[in-house]
Design a protein around this ligand. Structure first.
Ligand code: AMP
Length: 438
């Protein structure tokens, strides 16, 4: 027997009964995002490794431990791709900022509002809600006009709106401000002083994080480190007056539109590029991997990557975790859609096939059983297909040029005297069906 192949560790097959839920979620999210004026951008799935290292930070776990590099191919092969120095994208912000700069979007518009939906790759230890290939929906608002508190609030409100529109209720939004680059320095100095007495209690990783990027100690999931972090209190205000005002304006804008949030002075996020507003949305039902999404402002990244000195703000939501939070399965398509042709004898397949083609060309979702059998068994397969209407082609219908259409929901069968009449009937049903997809 041949070898049975499995999916690579940390990846999943998304089968048709789930793709239905995925597409529903993606379409819902994209509609809401476009309502806020964001347009889709698609960037490559891999980029120069250095881009990610520069953006996300050499000391971050993502760059240090989770980057999936593309290995160089064997030399001498004619089709060798020069893949060394490239990595699969662990997130999208770096790619989008690279593309923004390269395509001079700042010269074309004062504010670029961009969104993406797609797979990301991180070499993590897989567990529930944590995969090596996972999917994110995210937005980035970049441009000279992007550094206003209302835009931070808009981006946060949009993330909340998407989750609600996807039927997720049980989540909480935490926000914090890291302030400007100088404020961040002050913040890290204070943190170092507070953590110093407990240094020996921290895990190996955090002992080196302490020197290189103390913020990451706050994000560590190790229980010893969490105990240390819980002991320290944060009464000092590290923010400058301007940063404090900015943060207060973001909070006020959220309050004004009724978005509930909690402030968490220890929320710092794992990626280096954040300044000012950072936020995270968690759901208690998700277990240890409880973050549905996160984001914030990154005012220096565009400049750091060789672009103009302009700000940006964005977020990313994890699709797998959103689906876990909606319960994932319960909404499998019990809904009936489209028409299904059944033909009572093989000699009429030709007529059935022609009708199938005509209806499809006329915009009606239609399928056909390419087999004959008893009426009962043909109806059973149409029912299994979740057809909304079954078109029965038998001797009588073909002789008279009529069509028998059975509504599989009500069981009512009607005879339509012309193709046009049947088509209108199916179109009306199609329309009624789509009307409730908001
Ligand atoms: P991050 O880019 O790490 O801020 O992640 C944003 C969101 O993406 C998280 O809140 C998760 O919902 C999702 N996410 C991140 N990493 C993974 C992963 N390895 N597997 C599944 N979802 C993930």
């Amino acid at each position: 027997m041949g070898k049975m192949f499995s999916v690579p560790r940390g990846t999943i097959d998304i089968l048709p009964e789930q793709t239905y839920l995925w597409k529903k979620l993606e379409v819902t999210a994209a509609r809401i995002i476009e309502r806020y004026g964001y347009r889709e951008i698609r960037t490559p799935l891999f980029e120069e490794t250095e881009l990610f290292a520069k953006c996300i930070g050499q000391t971050s776990d993502v760059v240090n431990k989770q980057m999936l590099n593309l290995a160089a191919q064997k030399q001498g092969c004619e089709r060798t791709l020069k893949l060394s120095g490239l990595s699969l994208r662990p997130e999208s912000t770096a790619s989008i900022v690279r593309s923004y700069i390269k395509n001079n979007l700042d010269k074309k518009e004062r504010l670029s509002k961009l969104y993406y939906i797609g797979p990301m790759f991180r070499g993590e230890r897989p567990q529930r809600g944590r995969l090596r290939q996972f999917h994110q929906i995210g937005v980035e608002a970049i441009g000279p006009d992007s550094s206003v508190p209302y835009l931070d609030a808009e981006v946060i409100a949009l993330a909340v709106h998407i989750l609600e529109a996807c039927g997720i209720r049980d989540f909480s939004l935490m926000i914090n401000s890291l302030g400007s680059a100088e404020d961040k320095k002050r913040f890290s100095g204070i943190l170092r002083r507070k953590i110093q007495p407990f240094l020996k209690d921290l895990c190996q990783d955090c002992q080196s994080r302490f020197e290189r990027n103390v913020f990451r100690v706050l994000d560590c999931k190790n229980t010893r480190c969490r105990t240390v972090v819980r002991q320290i209190t944060m009464n000092e205000d590290c923010l400058s007056d301007a940063s404090r005002r900015y943060y207060a304006d973001v909070c006020r804008a959220l309050e004004d539109i009724g978005i509930p949030f909690k402030q968490d002075p220890f929320l710092v996020r794992g990626l280096d590029y954040y300044t000012h507003t950072v936020f995270e949305i968690t759901s208690s039902g998700l277990g240890s991997q409880d973050a549905l999404g996160a984001g914030g402002r990154y005012n220096h990244l565009v400049e750091q990557l060789g672009g103009p000195r302009i700000g940006a703000v964005g977020f990313a939501l994890g699709i797998e975790r959103m689906l876990l939070a909606t319960g994932g399965q319960e909404d499998t398509p019990s809904r009936r859609t489209g028409a299904h042709i059944v033909v009572m004898d093989e000699q009429w397949f030709k007529d059935g096939f022609a009708l199938l083609n005509r209806l499809r060309r006329d915009g009606i979702q239609t399928d056909m059983s390419f087999r004959t059998g008893s009426m009962k068994s043909l109806m059973r397969s149409a029912d299994k297909n979740r057809a909304r209407d079954v078109i029965i082609l038998g001797e009588e219908e073909l002789k008279k040029g009529t069509f028998s259409v059975k509504d599989m929901g009500t069981g009512v069968q009607s005879e339509m005297e012309s193709y046009e009449k049947m088509k209108r009937h199916l179109e009306r049903a199609n329309h009624a069906e789509n009307a409730h997809v908001r």
